[in-house]
Design a protein around this ligand. Structure first.
Ligand code: AGP
Length: 592
C-alpha cells in the first residue's frame, strides 16, 4: 500500500513533496512526482525516502498541476523502475496508484498484444497504458472506459497532456478530496489533506472525480453524475519534529494519553449503543490486525470476566473469508489505530452485510473505517507516527475496558459499584506507568544482553498471554530478531525443544492466580539454558525482574506492555535499526 496525492493549484510540485512527507508513513520504499510544464509531462522518482526526492527535484516555478506517490512494494521489488508515477506508452498520461489491480496479468497480456511494452513489474503501470489506449477524443471517456476495465482495489490519480484537469478513479482504496482557495487536492488520507484544505469529502467506491482549479465533479462508473457530501475537517497541526525517535516520544506520552483516553471516552458520551442492540446481544467479536488485534485479544480476556456471553477476538484478514457467524444479535468492535487498514474495513463490510452491528474503535475520526461503521469511538491517543504502535495500544485497551464495563453494567452482569471501580482504577495507571518509565535505564541495560539472542520467546498465561503477543510483535518488527509468543502452558507441547543457551524468554506474570504455574514454566526454560526476564509485581527464582506496580487485575495489560515496548525500542536502538521506519513495513496497510 502506498500514499497518493494530486493537486491543481499554487506551487503544485512543492506542495506535492510536502504532502508526500505526511504520507510517508504509508510506505517509504520509493517516492516520486509527475508534473506538467509547457504541455508535457515530467516524472521525477527515486528509490528511498521523500527527502531524497526533494533533493533531486528540479526548479518547477509556476507549475500548477502535480501528482505524487510514496510506495510500499506489493508487485515488484524496490527499484527505480517500479517507483511511481508511471507514464503511458506515448507519455500522454501519468498516474499514481494505491491498491492492487487484480486483473493486471490479463490487462498486461492484452496491452502486450497490441505492442505496448511495460517498463516495470508493477500492476499499476497497466492503468497508465490503458488510459492512453482508451483515448479517442475525450479524456473523461478514456477514464470511464479504464475504470470499467479495472478489477480490484484502486485509488488512482491521473494527469494528461490533452487537458488541464486532474482525474481520480476510486474503488475500495482510500481517497479523499479537498477544496480550498489555493486549489483542489486528492489524497490518501484526511490527516494529510487537512494541511491543505478544510472542505473535504471521502470519495465513494466506484467513483470518478474530475478536478479543475476551483471545482470537482463526481461520476459513477456508469458515467452518471453522483453527489458527494463535503464536510469541514479540523486544520492539521504541523507535525512536531522530535530529536530522536517518534517511538520513544510516543511511549513517554502513554501516561498522559491514558488520562486523555478516559476523559475522551466519558466526554464523547460513553458506550453510545442503542439499548435494543445491548439487550439482544448474543455474540461479540473484537476484530483487528497486528497490535490492534492484540488489544482485542487482551480485552477479550477482561470482557469474558465481565460478561456472560461469547467474546471472540479475530484477526481481520481471517474474519473476512472464514465463516464466523454474524446475525442481528452480533456486535463487532473493529479496532484500528489508522482506521484505514483494508482487512479491518473489509471485515466491517462483512458484518454490515450480514446484519450485525459495527462499532469502530479508532485513533482517526473520519477515517474509512468510521464511514463503514455504525458507531465510532475515538481512543484519543493523538497522532502516532512510528510504525511500531505503542500509545495507541494502551489507549485502545483503556477505551475497550471502559466500553466493556459499561456494556456489562447495562446487560446486568456487573453492578454499578463494580463498573465505577473499574473506571476509578484507570486513574492509578498513569502514575504506575510513570514508575515503569523511571526504571527505563534498567530495561536499557537488559536490552544490551537481549540484543545478541538467537531468538526471544514471550510467554504468559490468561490475560498475560496477549501482552506477550504484543511484546513479541514489537520486538520482531523493529529489531528483526526472531521472536514468538506462547501461552506458557503450551511450551511443553513442542516449543520447549527450542530452549537452549543464547535464547531469551520474557515471562509476563501479573495474574496472581497463575504465579505458581509461571514459576514452573520459568524453571523449565531456565533449566534448558535460556536467559529469563520476568515482567511482574512478584519475584521469581532464575529470572531477572522488571518490576511493575500492583494495579487492578483487569488492567495489567495496559501497564505491563510498557516495559516490553521499551525493551523492543532499546534492543533495536542498540542494533542500529531504523526505529520509526523498519524494513518492509508501513504504518497503514491499505491493501488486503
Ligand atoms: C504495530 O506495531 C504494527 N505496525 C501493525 O501490526 C499495526 O498494528 C496493524 O497494521 C494494524 O494497524 P491499524 O491499527 O492502523 O489498523
Amino acid at each position: 500500500m502506498c500514499g497518493i496525492f494530486g493537486m491543481i493549484g499554487q506551487n503544485a510540485v512543492e506542495n506535492t513533496c510536502r504532502a508526500l512527507k505526511y504520507l510517508e508513513y504509508r510506505g517509504y520504499d520509493s517516492a516520486g512526482t509527475a508534473y506538467k510544464t509547457d504541455g508535457s509531462l515530467n516524472i521525477v522518482k527515486t528509490v528511498g525516502r521523500v527527502e531524497k526526492l526533494t533533493e533531486i527535484m528540479p526548479e518547477t516555478n509556476g507549475c500548477n498541476l502535480s501528482i505524487g506517490h510514496t510506495r510500499w512494494a506489493t508487485h515488484g521489488k524496490v527499484c527505480q523502475e517500479n517507483a511511481h508515477p508511471f507514464y503511458s506508452y506515448g507519455k500522454k498520461f501519468a498516474i499514481v496508484h494505491n491498491g492492487i489491480i487484480e486483473n493486471h496479468v490479463n490487462l498486461k497480456y492484452k496491452l502486450n498484444s497490441i505492442g505496448v511494452k511495460f517498463l516495470s513489474e508493477t500492476d499499476s503501470e497497466a492503468v497508465a497504458h490503458l488510459l492512453e489506449k482508451n483515448y479517442s477524443d475525450s479524456v473523461f471517456d478514456s477514464v470511464l472506459l479504464t475504470a470499467n476495465e479495472l478489477e480490484g482495489a484502486f485509488a488512482v490519480v491521473a494527469t494528461n497532456t490533452y487537458d488541464d484537469s486532474l482525474y481520480a478513479l476510486k474503488n475500495k482504496s482510500p481517497l479523499v478530496v479537498g477544496i480550498a482557495d489555493t486549489g483542489v487536492y486528492f489524497c490518501s488520507d484526511i490527516r494529510c489533506i487537512s494541511h491543505f484544505a478544510n472542505k473535504v469529502a471521502v470519495v465513494p467506491d466506484k467513483t470518478i472525480a474530475v478536478a479543475t482549479r476551483n471545482s470537482v465533479m463526481f461520476y459513477g462508473f456508469d458515467g452518471n453524475p453522483v453527489s458527494v457530501k463535503f464536510f469541514t475537517a479540523d486544520t492539521a497541526q504541523e507535525t512536531e519534529t522530535v530529536d530522536g525517535d517518534y517511538m520513544l516520544k510516543e511511549i513517554l506520552e502513554i501516561p498522559d494519553k491514558i488520562r486523555q483516553a478516559k476523559q475522551g471516552y466519558i466526554k464523547s458520551g460513553g458506550l453510545n449503543l442503542p439499548s435494543k442492540t445491548v439487550h439482544r446481544l448474543k455474540r461479540i467479536y473484537l476484530i483487528g490486525c497486528g497490535t490492534a488485534y492484540n488489544s482485542g485479544l487482551e480485552v477479550a480476556a477482561v470482557a469474558r470476566k465481565l460478561l456472560g456471553i461469547d467474546v471472540i477476538p479475530v484477526i481481520a484478514s481471517e474474519f473476512i473469508y472464514d465463516s464466523y457467524p454474524v446475525d442481528s444479535y452480533t456486535l463487532a468492535f473493529l479496532i484500528s489505530q489508522s482506521g484505514e487498514t483494508a482487512d479491518t474495513i473489509r471485515a466491517a463490510e462483512r458484518v454490515n452485510s450480514l446484519g450485525g452491528f459495527t462499532y469502530a474503535v479508532t485513533n482517526t475520526a473520519n477515517s474509512s473505517l468510521s464511514f463503514t461503521s455504525s458507531v465510532t469511538k475515538n481512543i484519543y491517543a493523538d497522532a502516532e507516527y512510528a510504525v511500531a504502535s505503542t500509545k495507541a495500544y494502551n489507549c485502545q485497551l483503556v477505551t475497550l475496558t471502559l466500553l466493556f464495563a459499561d456494556l456489562a453494567y447495562l446487560k446486568g452482569s456487573i453492578d454499578e459499584q463494580t463498573r465505577n471501580k473499574i473506571f476509578d482504577s484507570i486513574d492509578v495507571l498513569p502514575s504506575a506507568v510513570d514508575k515503569v518509565l523511571e526504571d527505563s535505564y534498567q530495561i536499557s541495560r537488559i536490552a544490551e544482553e537481549v540484543k545478541d539472542s538467537s531468538a526471544v520467546f514471550f510467554i504468559g498465561r490468561t490475560a498475560d498471554y496477549p501482552t506477550a503477543a504484543e511484546g513479541s510483535l514489537k520486538l520482531k518488527e523493529i529489531s528483526y530478531i526472531h521472536s514468538e509468543a506462547y501461552p506458557a502452558g503450551e511450551l511443553k507441547h513442542g516449543t520447549l525443544a527450542l530452549m537452549e543457551k543464547g535464547v531469551t524468554v520474557v515471562a509476563i506474570a501479573c495474574d496472581s492466580a497463575q504465579i505458581d504455574k509461571m514459576s514452573l514454566s520459568i524453571a523449565e526454560v531456565a533449566a534448558r539454558g535460556a536467559r529469563v526476564i520476568a515482567v511482574s509485581p512478584y519475584n521469581f527464582d532464575n529470572a531477572a525482574l522488571v518490576k511493575v506496580p500492583v494495579v487492578n487485575k483487569l488492567l495489567y495489560g495496559i501497564l505491563s506492555v510498557v516495559p516490553l515496548q521499551l525493551l523492543a525500542y532499546y534492543v533495536a536502538k542498540r542494533l542500529g535499526r531504523d526505529i520509526d521506519k523498519p524494513r518492509n513495513l508501513a504504518k497503514s496497510v491499505t491493501v488486503e
